[in-house]
Write a new protein. Structure first.
Length: 652
């Protein structure tokens, strides 16, 4: 007994289905009943149908043949409905392209295929440029027309082996397989770009155009299963492409590589071999020799003119800055190795390389880590100097990156301490080995000697945190003299050496300048000496007053500053000597008991005596500097002005 559909007869469409039906019939014969659903059949007119087939074995007497009742129910409509629902769940309703769910399935398949067959695979995330203005100007219906039109164009532009899905909005993802070389991929992407950028005519006859940005991530078989990270990396590349929309030379960016751009003059010089690295020595005041250098970048143009960072840095972006740091580091390592080969077992220099924290990312970190791992120079001799350049990126990430660099042996320095409150806070949060004082406090010492108080504060801060202090901006002999009196260990500046290329550095190391070891040599140095001595005395008196002898305090001849003033031309009885003696008398009588809280009036007297001494020292220094400046101007004046200038000098 057979219950058939009205379209008889029907025939099964394939040998595989025949085999399945045969296996089903044997199961029904063995177990007495069974159902097989959605069996594909074909009518005599060629139209496909689907049927549910069920079998029921009838009871039979002994010796009788087995009888089975087969029922065929046409379920074509149900099957088509389920297929349509399944297709809809994997299809974007506006563009009829696969959706995000379909993309996830296809991406897993594509990665598995690429891994098994060791074939390349590219994931491309595409975003339309200038699409929002179309929605805002012509309405969302026009925007939908644009998306539908572009979906058709993209499908036509792709090969049969390629896959495209719409993520939503104006974002699409492409999976490109089977390309042999990078040039072939570039050709495919170029065709896509031409297709998308062609004008689009709306239903009302108006013409609009859109651009595109794309991030591309390449898969290779040695990566294994990385589907979770693939789209994220393509999205990061898309972000870079959009960030360089104004100057990029193509609409797509490749993950892990800089975006090709239309470069300005400074960028061309950087990327085309115009970098020049110069070195400024760093002097150790206790060993009286150069112990390190700071690597500084310069650009040399086609006319051999040297461009300073102040000229070219504003013309560079984050990618350029990262490349600049990489090139300077490589050149510094190479030059250090050359110096090592020339100087043998002599104490070896360390080098400090500037690093802009805003340019730090995973790619730059991996690059620096790779350079350090392969460096022929001990990484302990390399210091990364973090520049104070506005807000740092995510602090936790920066800390993690810096800890990785330190784990490889490199040292971390924080530049421009004191330039802002944030730089002092970063000393607490960042893993640093060295701090560099902002040059603004040092270069102006000759006009603002009170900055010496701040310098001593930073010295104590460095000691408390267990980090080294480098003071740069030492631009004159008097400033050098003052810092020597403060016992600052590491100094850098024009008074010691200007930045110089490697060939000049070689000569400098062979014939270093002679630094006067007898200080102070100026009243600015004496000013610093008085501050230093007072701080030492005050701390000693408060922490261990038994070490302070009041008789010795009153004896001005026992003070080293007395000898220094005399050597500088201020003997006993001079105004400065008299103020110095008053200061010592005030110190000796300033406290009733050194171990107790000082009397307020006595404390005021001591401060007043110190203030008067420092003010007089500064005024005398300023007078000397002014006189020297006028004398220098006179030397360079024409002869006709000599008489007037001499008379003026005599009046001083």
């Amino acid at each position: 007994m057979i219950n058939r559909t009205q379209h008889c007869p029907v025939y099964n469409r394939g040998t595989n289905d025949y085999r399945k039906l045969g296996e089903f019939a044997r199961r029904v014969a063995a177990h007495g009943t069974g159902v097989m659903r959605d069996v594909p059949y074909q009518r005599l007119d060629g139209a496909p149908i689907y049927a549910d087939v069920s079998g029921q074995k009838l009871p039979s007497m002994a010796g009788e043949s087995e009888r089975i009742v087969w029922t065929f129910v046409d379920v074509t409509e149900r099957h088509q409905l389920m297929e349509d629902l399944s297709r809809r769940s994997l299809t974007d309703q506006l563009t009829d392209l696969p959706n995000r769910r379909a993309l996830d399935v296809e991406l897993d398949r594509a990665i598995s295929h690429a891994y098994r067959n060791k074939k390349p695979l590219a994931v491309c995330m595409l975003d339309l440029d200038n699409f929002k203005p179309i929605n805002d100007t012509y309405g969302h219906a026009a925007g939908d027309q644009v998306l539908q039109n572009l979906a058709k164009r993209l499908r036509k532009s792709l090969r049969k082996t390629d896959f495209i899905a719409r993520l939503g909005g104006d974002e699409f993802v492409l999976l490109l397989e089977g390309f042999g070389r990078m040039e072939q991929l570039e050709t495919i992407l170029g065709k896509l770009g031409d297709s998308v950028s062609a004008p689009i005519t709306l239903e009302d006859g108006q013409t609009v155009s859109v651009g595109l940005s794309m991030g591309v991530c390449l898969y290779s078989s040695d990566q294994g299963d990385v589907s979770a990270a693939f789209l994220r990396q393509a999205d990061q590349a898309l972000y870079e492409a959009k960030a360089h929309k104004a100057d990029r030379s193509r609409f797509w960016a490749l993950y892990g590589q800089p975006v090709p751009r239309h470069r300005n003059r400074y960028q061309r010089l950087l990327w085309e071999g115009g970098l020049m690295v110069v070195y400024q020595p760093i002097f150790d005041t206790r060993m009286f020799r150069t112990v390190g250098v700071e690597a500084l970048a310069r650009l040399k143009d086609e006319n051999n003119d040297i461009l300073s960072p102040a000229e070219f840095l504003p013309g560079l972006d984050k990618a350029d800055i990262s490349e600049l740091s990489r090139l300077v580091l490589l050149q510094s390592i190479d030059d250090l190795q050359r110096l090592d080969n020339e100087h043998g077992a002599e104490p070896r220099l360390w080098v400090s390389v500037n690093l802009d924290p805003c340019s730090l990312n995973d790619a730059s970190r991996d690059c620096l880590r790779d350079i350090l791992a392969k460096s022929p120079v001990d990484p302990h001799r390399i210091t990364f100097e973090l520049l104070e350049s506005g807000e740092f990126p995510n602090t936790e990430e920066v800390v993690r990156w810096l800890e990785e660099l330190r784990s490889l042996g490199a040292r971390i320095a924080l530049d421009d301490i004191g330039s802002s409150y944030s730089s002092l806070l970063r000393l607490r949060t960042l893993p640093v080995d060295e701090i560099k004082l902002d040059q603004g406090y040092v270069r102006t010492l000759a006009h603002n000697p009170d900055n010496l108080h701040f310098i001593t504060t930073i010295q104590h801060l460095a000691e408390e945190y267990g980090v080294e202090l480098v003071v740069e901006g030492v631009e004159s002999d008097d400033i050098l003299d003052a810092l020597m009196m403060l016992d600052v260990t590491l100094l850098q500046g024009y008074a010691l050496a200007r930045p110089m290329p490697l060939r000049n550095l070689r000569e400098f190391l062979k014939h270093p300048p002679i630094v006067n070891q007898q200080h102070p040599t100026s009243l600015l140095g004496s000013y610093a000496d008085l501050i230093c001595l007072h701080n030492i005395l005050r701390k000693t008196a408060h922490k261990n007053p038994s070490l302070v002898n009041r008789a010795t305090l009153a004896d001005v001849s026992a003070c080293s500053a007395t000898k220094h003033l005399c050597r500088l031309g201020y003997p006993e009885g001079s105004p400065l000597d008299i103020l110095h003696r008053k200061y010592h008398r005030a110190l000796a009588s300033g406290y009733t008991q050194w171990g107790a809280v000082p009397n307020e009036n006595d404390c005021r007297e001591t401060k007043e005596a110190q203030s008067n001494l420092l003010a007089a020292t500064w005024e005398e220094y300023d007078r000397r500097v002014l006189a020297t400046s006028r004398r220098d101007r006179f030397v360079n004046q024409p002869a006709a002005q000599s008489t007037k200038a001499i008379a003026h000098l005599l009046a001083i």
